[in-house]
Design a protein around this ligand. Structure first.
Ligand SMILES: Cc1cc2nc3c(=O)[nH]c(=O)nc-3n(C[C@H](O)[C@H](O)[C@H](O)COP(=O)(O)OP(=O)(O)OC[C@H]3O[C@@H](n4cnc5c(N)ncnc54)[C@H](O)[C@@H]3O)c2cc1C
Length: 435
């Protein structure tokens, strides 16, 4: 190969988009394209994922990273996705769930205070209206300044403790747009428990009629991909990439979608300041007979759960095509994804995951969400949510150091940022066409 050639690492949606517009060679560790956005199938009683739907269509369809809905995004990227495969549009339906009270408060909680009773509503309104003017340093401070002590104690603190795996008191505020605050909407929401107009970043979203994996497989069919190529080293003095099968490839430039911390490890660069935190997510995909109290929401945020998860999503409440074909009409089954966060890659052992899975199934049964579970399958997303310590310049330094060595980091994990599928595809298009 031409030693000045640019290569792409990673066949998730970012790398695929870069490969699609450039035809540059792409190296992917797994045997399938799509990264976190790949789907897989399991029939009742099975535990080994199938990456193709069985011919009788009698399988649950799950996603590696839990439900992945295409929200926001540049119209041109959405147009591209629609040109690959038909998509449907859905109106978000989500809530905060307080299991001990069996109480559902529609999202966002601050605009639906009537559900929490007069006392909490009036305290929350007074605290939000008289928010202190200081600039928050941590996520904890940001939450309390914006939402006041009452709502923070009731929901935001315990939820963020779970969602960030305890990091929320140390990390900088991030993603303010996920919890928009408008005092008029807050006051209006305290007066009646009628659901209020939807706000936030994912009011409507798209999902491919034939499943998300169709997007990855259609893009990948136009890419020059080498599967089963797990990069273990990037040797910047020899301009050579080493794979775990003992082979290597020369490069001129690298477009890398590896998470930023993993790219530094592969290059053996140590950045002076300590690295920024991240959370890993254990996703538990469950297919089950529906319980008598199974809600109709698309997903729920939890301030507490016995098993320690913070979000429960219902694939089949979004679309029945996630269910085995014979159950789609009857509405007697449900497919669910459950997310639990861990600090900085601290993966539980197989035994711990087994015991956690049993605990989740029992908890969902106790709530009446499911009766018998037919499939229970865990997936591990090592770098799922990336954070920054207040004042940290780790990310900028790391990106600069890699760039000096012709390694260009792209995508959500490459650039250590929060973004969805459509933005990741846009990143890939942009980077791919620049080389
Ligand atoms: C829990 C969770 C829920 C989410 N929900 C949504 C949602 O609802 N909607 C939405 O739009 N976005 C969502 N996202 C974000 C979305 O997943 C990302 O924006 C997108 O998947 C990023 O794609 P990527 O290609 O950059 O990364 P990845 O999908 O991680 O792809 C990286 C690829 O690199 C490969 N790779 C890794 N290491 C190596 C190596 N050493 N050598 C070779 N290859 C390697 C991996 O196998 C993978 O294929 C969610 C993310 C998480 C974590």
């Amino acid at each position: 190969m031409d030693k000045h050639r640019t290569i792409i690492i990673g066949g998730g949606v970012t790398g695929l988009a870069a490969g699609y517009v450039s035809d540059l060679p792409l190296y992917e560790a797994k045997e399938v394209p799509g990264g976190i956005c790949s789907s897989y199938y399991l029939k009742a009683g099975e535990s080994t994922p199938r990456f193709k739907c069985p011919s009788d269509d009698e399988a649950y369809r799950f996603e590696i990273g839990g439900g992945h809905w295409i929200f926001g995004g540049d119209p041109t990227v959405l147009h591209f996705i629609k040109s690959l495969t038909p998509v449907k549009s859905y109106n978000r339906s989500s809530a905060v769930y307080f299991p001990d009270e069996n109480l559902y408060v529609p999202y966002p909680i601050q605009n639906n205070l009537a559900y929490l009773g007069k006392d909490i509503a009036s305290k929350a309104i007074s605290e939000i209206s008289n928010a202190p003017k200081r600039v928050p340093v941590t996520m904890e401070e940001w939450l309390e300044i914006n939402f006041g002590k009452t709502l923070t104690d009731k929901f935001f603190a315990p939820f963020h403790e779970l969602y960030t795996a305890g990091l929320w008191t140390k990390i900088a505020p991030q993603d303010a747009y996920k919890s928009p605050i408008n005092i008029d909407a807050v006051v209006q929401g305290a007066s009646s428990d009628q659901k209020k107009p939807e706000v936030g970043y994912n009011v409507t979203y798209l999902y491919p009629e034939e499943g998300l994996d169709v997007v990855a497989s259609k893009i990948s069919s136009k890419c020059n991909i080498n599967y089963g190529k797990n990069v273990v080293e990037i040797n910047t003095s020899k301009n050579e990439i080493g794979f775990d099968d003992g082979t290597g490839v020369k490069y001129g430039n690298v477009l890398s979608t590896l998470p930023l911390n993993k790219a530094l490890e592969a290059v053996s660069i140590e950045v002076e300041s300590s690295f920024d935190d991240y959370t890993s997510v254990l996703v538990l995909n469950i297919g089950a007979k529906k319980g008598k109290n199974c809600p109709e929401y698309h997903w729920l945020y939890l301030p507490y759960s016995r098993s320690g998860f913070h979000r429960v999503g219902f694939y089949s409440n979004v679309d029945s095509s996630f269910l085995p074909v014979s159950s789609r009409e009857d509405n007697n089954k449900v497919s669910i994804y459950i997310e639990k966060a861990y600090q900085n890659g601290s993966k539980p052992s197989d035994e711990e995951i087994k015991s956690y899975s049993n605990s989740v199934v029992n908890e969902l049964k106790d709530w009446g969400f499911i009766s018998d579970a037919e499939v229970v399958h865990p997936t591990w997303i090592d770098v799922a949510y990336t954070w920054a310590r207040p004042g940290s310049n780790w990310k900028e330094t790391a990106l600069n150091e890699l760039q000096k060595k012709n390694i260009f980091q792209i995508g959500r994990y490459g650039r250590w940022t929060f973004q969805g599928i459509a933005e990741s595809i846009r990143d890939g298009f942009y980077a791919g066409s620049s080389f």
